[in-house]
Design a binder for this molecule. Structure first.
Ligand SMILES: [Mn+2]
Length: 444
């Protein structure tokens, strides 16, 4: 799989380019000055090119010969005492199959042999390492990030298989929480249910800090305290996912703590669900994310208007950005080795002529092989609504009394993970989202 990734990267550099790519992998991170180790997670670009999920390694790619040099650390016996056995060169070779395997200290020697005119790096740290080895070496940090972004945003079939597997486990974990939620539970108990399914399936790495939010906590977009008690009559929002072999899954579901939507909850929920379903139906190559975003916003504002929370003409509501008061985030993002994966905001057109890179685009419409999230939401956020009530233009569209009653409502977000295919889309997410299906699961 990673061999294909390296070939993809090579194809972006001119054939006659006598350069190299150099990336250092991640190191183990510690909490402050203590010896508490955070769980190791490889740097995503390094993982993409090598498949190596171990600390203290580096990769050097010779752009002329297209050879892959892997550098591994030389460990002493103390390392074995604390971290387990020290891997032999043979086992590194067998596992990762580089064209050439070296110890880290051989970097200068190998670079001198290759003698690249330019070494492409991702950041200053790597660039300085190269230039400090020998003053004849020249590092470039302008091109590689763009090139790797271009590669990573279009997934191969092998990558999509990993994402489907991450999704399969996430389907199970979300369903299990949906079955277990009831009034009186704490948010962290929901997290325990979720993590049990995840860990039983061998997935130890969260894709991000999960959000397990009851009631008004659901209106906090990155709520991660997860320590409140769930109340009868409130909604519960669960936004969580994990990684499978580095590839992320990222779903959100929202449902009533007691298993039965109230009338207001149901109508706002339906507005969000309609936005989600319509946007998913419209996913295909060539479509712009921002068009889907506006379409979702419009559908949701129509829902709020039908519920009597908004008034006025829907075109004016859109024109005046009233939707941003209730939907203050984007419709979705790319998904892959990172949860907010690369490629969402590619750099400007002026990058096209950068040396070494054949092809980069300034703005991307959806293309076959992209994986995106679609996650519309409606939130009641007093911090946004209170000033809006005082604003001359915005207040005209807002039903102040009804909205004020909903200050403790929280929010509703529904999020699926979507593969863009040649003729449309494939939805990886398979967790109940129709109200009747949710109520059936919760009351079974
Ligand atoms: Mn997301």
């Amino acid at each position: 799989m990673q061999k294909n990734h390296r070939e993809k990267l090579f194809s972006l550099f001119d054939d006659n380019q006598y350069g190299a790519v150099f990336i250092q992998g991640a190191e183990i991170m510690y909490r402050h000055e203590t010896d508490y180790e955070y769980p190791f997670r490889q740097e995503s670009n390094f993982w993409y090119l090598t498949g190596v999920n171990e600390p203290d390694c580096a990769v050097l790619l010779d752009l002329k010969t297209e050879e892959y040099h892997l550098f591994v650390p030389q460990r002493d016996s103390q390392y074995a005492v604390w971290h387990g056995y020290v891997k032999s060169q043979e086992s590194y070779q067998k596992e990762y199959q580089p064209d050439h395997l070296h110890y880290m200290n051989d970097l200068l020697k190998v670079l001198k042999e290759i003698n690249p005119e330019k070494t492409y790096c991702l950041n200053e740290v790597d660039a300085e390492l190269i230039e400090d080895l020998d003053r004849h070496f020249e590092a470039d940090i302008e091109s590689l990030q763009d090139a790797l972004t271009y590669c990573r945003v279009l997934k191969t079939d092998a990558e999509l298989e990993l994402m489907r597997e991450a999704g399969r486990v996430n389907n199970l974990a979300h369903l299990e929480v949906m079955k277990s939620i009831e009034p009186g539970m704490y948010e962290y108990e929901a997290k325990a249910v979720f993590n049990k399914v995840q860990l039983e399936n061998g997935l130890q790495q969260d894709a991000y800090n999960g959000i397990f939010a009851g009631g008004k906590n659901a209106a906090i977009l990155h709520y991660v305290e997860n320590n409140s008690q769930l109340k009868d009559g409130d909604l519960f929002l669960l936004d969580a996912g994990h990684e499978y072999k580095g590839y992320a899954s990222d779903y959100t579901r929202t449902y009533p703590v007691n298993g039965k939507f109230t009338k207001t909850q149901a109508s706002i929920y339906q507005a969000v669900l309609n936005a989600l379903n319509t946007c998913i139906e419209n996913v295909k190559p060539g479509v712009k994310m921002e068009d889907l975003h506006l379409q979702a916003a419009r559908i949701m504002m129509e829902g709020l208007k039908a519920e009597g929370l908004l008034k006025g003409d829907i075109d004016d509501i859109m024109e005046e950005d009233i939707f941003a008061l209730f939907f203050p985030h984007g419709l979705g993002h790319f998904l892959g080795l990172d949860t907010h994966d690369v490629g969402g905001y590619p750099k400007g057109v002026e990058r096209i002529d950068r040396p070494g890179i054949k092809y980069l685009r300034a703005r991307r419409n959806l293309q076959t092989g992209m994986v995106i999230t679609i996650e519309p939401g409606i939130y009641m956020i007093p911090a946004l609504l209170i000033p809006a009530f005082e604003d001359e233009t915005q207040s005209k569209f807002l039903n102040r009394d009804k909205l004020t009653e909903l200050f403790e409502f929280g929010g509703i977000r529904i999020e699926d993970n979507i593969i863009v295919t040649q003729d449309g889309y494939e939805n990886i997410t398979d967790v109940p989202k129709e109200r009747s299906d949710i109520e059936k699961v919760m009351n079974a």
